[in-house]
Ligand binder design. Sequence first.
Ligand SMILES: [Mg+2]
Length: 214
Amino acid sequence: MQVVTDFSHVRLRDRPLVVCDIDEVVLEFLSPFTDFLRSHNYDLLPRSFRLHGNIVSLLDGSEMDRDSFSSFQDEFFASQNLWQKPAERAIETLHALAEDADIVFLTAMPPRHQAIRRALLDEVGLDFAMIASEEAKGPIVAKLHARRALPVAFIDDIQRNLLSVAENVPECFLISMMANADFRQFAPPPVGAIVSASGWDQAGLLLKKHFAGG
Ligand SMILES: [Mg+2]
């Protein structure tokens, strides 16, 4: 698959690569998005593994329609620095991993919100390279890794993204991880070689072991 996303700013060294999703992995998303919705008289109910359909009006209980959902999500991303914060143990674990591996963030957020996300990550000391793209993640990771004879790992909360990477980079070590415990219980069970981690401490250990060849 042709990749049009430009990531010429990403420089890799000759060492393992960890490609990491942002929302629900590096930064909390569902909890701050719920806070944001409540400030607009809506709530996000953990009833199933989806957003749309689970957002209801606090005034009359009606479900938010798809157009309003898109504009609320866009407004949230535009003001994400006021709401989002790092997932528990993300900062310490990523810095420890970065001693022996390159870290690259790959976020499916619309690229127009890239500058505000970059500023937020820099502010909390997560100054690792970031790619914002709405293209499928698998072909991007494949192009980035370029079949180097070095370990590569990918972390995401959405199975579709993990499977896209599995298909395009078969040797990639795949970790499924989600910060929000209320929604995590509804996540589809990991399939194939995908390993699930309860949080950053466990993910860090799994990655270390994988990079050591175990
Ligand atoms: Mg995510």
